[in-house]
Every structure is written in C-alpha cells, then in structure tokens.
Design a binder for this molecule. Structure first.
Ligand code: HEC
Length: 292
C-alpha cells in the first residue's frame, strides 16, 4: 500500500514538473504579447450595466468613423431602439435606416431582377462591401471584420509570469472580469504610434502597439484629439480616448446585449440559494433537536 502511494506521489510530482516546463517553453516560443491596460467600464464587474448615453455616443462614432469599412451584420436597426441599448427614438432610427448609405439587396422584383432598396427598421446594419473578396480588393488585401462580435472574438493575452496565472485567474473570477475584448479594442484604437527605429514597416501597414505583430492594415480610425464632435448634452466631450471608450462600449453592447439581464439573474440566483441554505439549516436544526 505504502509502495503504491509513494509511486503515485512520484508520478504526480513528475507530471507537475513536466507541465510547468511545457508552459514555460510555450511562453518563450510565443514571444512577448503586447501589454494591454485594463480600463474602467460601466458594464464591468458583478454589478455592470450599460450607460445609455455612452452607447448613443458610441454609435455616433461607429457611424462616422467605422461604418465606411466595417459592417455590423448581427445588429438590426430596430435594436438601436430597444430597451437596454442606446434607446434612440424610433422615428430617428427609421430615418437613419432609410438614409443608410449601404443599401439592402432584395428581389427579385416583378421583372425578375435583383435590386437594392433603402434599409428598414428590421434590416441589419450593412457594411459597405457585398462580400469578403470585394472588401479585400478595396482594402489592400486586408479584411475589415464585421464588428458585431468583435469584443467577444478578441481577448487579452496574459503576459504575467506563468506561476501567477492561477492567482490572476482566481481574481478575475471573483471580480467577474470579462472585459478582455473591450480592453483590447480600446488599446487598439489608442495604440497607433510612430514605429520604433528598428522596425521596418511593410507597404501600406501602420504601426500599432496593441495589435499582435504590431503591423495593421487599418489606418488610425480615430484621429488624435478625437474625430467625432458630440452634441452638447451627450454627457462627454470628444477626445481620442473618449471616442475610443464610447465606440468600444457600443460594440460590447452589440456583441452582448443581454449582459445586464444576465448579471441581474446571477444575483437573484445567489439570493435564492442563500435563502434555501438558511431554510435547510433551520430545518436540520429542528429535526435533529428531537433526536436526543
Ligand atoms: C479605412 C477602412 C477602415 C476604417 C474606417 C476602420 N477600419 Fe477597422 N479595420 C480595417 C481593416 C482593413 C482591418 C483589418 C486589419 C488587418 O487585418 O491588418 C480592420 C480591423 C479592425 C479590427 C480587428 C483588429 C484585430 O484584432 O484583428 C477592429 C477591432 C477594428 N478594425 C475596429 C475599427 C473601429 C472601432 C473603427 C472605427 C472607430 C474602424 N475599425 C475603422 C479597416 C478600417
């Protein structure tokens, strides 16, 4: 018995050493991931919620600075009116849809022809390109991805030493951290810099501190100082950082419109479990009180 116990202990130790070594080499081979600062988001943490005004500003940034290249194919115009989103007035969104420059392919009509028509509330927010090939052809070979799910499709790579990962993970679980994608896109928007002297840039590429590999085909979308002027009552003044934060908040909502609901349900479930635990405890005391 003792023999077996000692053997399995040895096997466990060996496995641990091999595991640690493997993680170490994988990190060394992967090179250094760009460091991404964490931002404060209204939708972060366990009580997170979207800020309606911020979503409205963020949509404005998307419309004025991103829609020329990126679609938002999973968001319909009517979603901009619905509760929990930017909650624009319906009439305003109807007019917005009707005037959206990227029209909707429809048909066939009475003559059997396909045609394009202005968007309606039920249509998705289309990008400028009919398909990926057209997008690549006009963007120097690079594909501007649809932005509907971008904050969920990206994340932050942990660049801290491997032995801290388990503690960082525990901290993220306890604080409910899920904003890696938002932090990354914010860092991307604000990460355009002059390339360092030892870096040779490929043709048509731009240096970006947050982008993996640092060479991105997208030119800086939000200029220094901000590229969108907000209305006076919009709740913030424009700057590169503010425009970036707002558009990222908007894109996070686009990719996860039910976040608020989910977080609230989480708390209700916790409360329910707490009450159940209390009742069970009281019940147990009552039953066992009679036993002696
Ligand atoms: C002139 C066209 C253009 C505009 C305007 C533009 N983008 Fe891009 N974007 C691109 C292209 C092209 C790529 C693909 C880059 C690559 O793969 O090198 C891209 C990629 C991205 C990515 C993905 C980066 C990654 O990690 O793969 C994000 C996020 C993004 N854009 C966000 C935005 C936002 C937000 C705006 C508006 C503030 C914007 N873009 C405006 C062309 C554009």
């Amino acid at each position: 018995m003792k023999m077996i116990a000692r053997k399995s202990l040895r096997a466990v130790l060996l496995a641990a050493v091999v595991g640690v070594a493997a993680v170490g080499t994988a990190e060394a081979a992967g090179g250094e991931a760009p460091h991404i600062e964490r931002q404060h988001w209204s939708f972060g943490g366990l009580f997170g919620h979207y800020d309606k005004q911020q979503l409205q500003r963020g949509f404005q940034v998307y419309q004025e600075l991103c829609a020329a290249c990126h679609g938002l194919n999973r968001v319909a115009f009517r979603n901009l009116v619905e509760k929990g989103g930017p909650e624009f007035p319906e009439e305003a969104v109807k007019a917005l849809a009707a005037g959206w420059p990227n029209q909707i392919a429809d048909g066939p009509n009475d003559e059997g022809k396909m045609f394009e028509r202005p968007a309606r509330l039920s249509d998705r927010i289309r990008g400028p390109y009919k398909n990926d090939n057209e997008a690549r052809a006009s963007q120097n070979g690079a594909l501007p991805p649809d932005l509907s799910l971008i904050t969920r499709a990206r994340n932050v790579h942990n660049s801290a030493p491997w032995y801290t990962h388990i503690f960082l993970m525990a901290r993220d679980i306890l604080t409910g951290y899920q904003e890696g994608g938002a932090d990354y896109v914010y860092a991307l928007m604000t990460g355009y810099k002059e390339p360092p002297a030892n870096v040779t840039m490929a043709d048509g590429m731009n240096y970006n501190a947050a982008f993996p590999g640092h060479q991105i085909a997208m030119p800086q979308p939000i200029p220094e100082g901000g590229g969108v002027t907000y209305q006076e009552n919009a709740g913030a003044t424009a700057s590169l950082e503010q425009n970036a934060k707002d558009v990222v908040a908007f894109l996070t909502w686009a990719g996860d419109p039910s976040l608020e609901n989910r977080k609230q349900i989480g708390w209700m479930v916790m409360l329910y479990l707490l009450i159940t635990t209390l009742l069970l405890y009281i019940g147990k005391r009552r039953i066992w009180a009679k036993m002696h």
